[in-house]
Design a protein around this ligand. Structure first.
Ligand code: FE2
Length: 199
């Protein structure tokens, strides 16, 4: 079965989020790739005797979404930090869609930051595009597998697991981490994510 290879990211010096945090965080991302590939290998082995391994196979299948989404969510997160910060210009299709479905742009950003900083527990703050209904909506994912929206594309995602920010901000600095994520955000990448999701 197909295996995954970790992607590489060219992340510049960031405001607030240290190079050491990014380095350690990338190791965690690579860990998801390794664990996903490990599940595929183990399943291949267990499937040689499905009856004897039925319980273990079921548990591994249950686990796939945790590892798989750990890969994909991190790819959205790290790629958004590549290339340096840019703004979302007023004429951009994404900005227009945000204003149609989520309200005035500045209010949307403020609300998104608030969701990221105040939702309790670890997880992800996400902006999704639903191609079936040409619809944008924001939601929270617990860990990285509980709350993914079926069939929607992840346009923008902030990793709100503590490993993303505690070393630089301490637990009490969650709000500043979210502010700095947006200060570092390359909106052009998010615009591209939106364009790809519309195809
Ligand atoms: Fe993470």
């Amino acid at each position: 079965m197909k295996k995954f290879t970790p992607k590489t990211f060219s992340i510049p010096t960031l405001k607030g989020i240290s190079a050491k945090t990014i380095e350690e965080h990338l190791k965690l991302y690579e860990g998801y790739v390794k664990n996903f590939n490990g599940i595929i290998d183990t399943l291949t082995e267990y499937k040689k005797n499905r009856e004897a391994n039925a319980y273990a196979i079921g548990e591994l299948r249950r686990r796939i979404s945790f590892e798989y989404n750990g890969i994909r969510n991190h790819e959205v997160y790290f790629s958004a930090l590549e290339g340096g910060p840019t703004t979302l210009v007023e004429s951009s299709p994404l900005r227009k869609s945000i204003e149609t479905y989520c309200g005035p742009f500045d209010e949307f950003v403020a609300g998104f930051k608030n969701m990221a900083a105040t939702t309790r527990g670890i997880g992800w703050a996400v902006l999704w595009y639903d191609k079936k209904d040409d619809y944008l909506l924001a939601s929270w994912i617990d860990e990285q597998h509980l709350g993914q929206l079926n069939g929607c594309d992840m346009i923008l995602a902030i990793d709100m697991w503590e490993h993303s920010y505690v070393a630089d901000y301490q637990p009490s600095g969650k709000k500043q981490y979210v502010e700095d994520f947006f200060a570092n955000l390359n909106w052009n990448v998010i615009e591209e994510n939106f364009k790809k999701a519309q195809k």
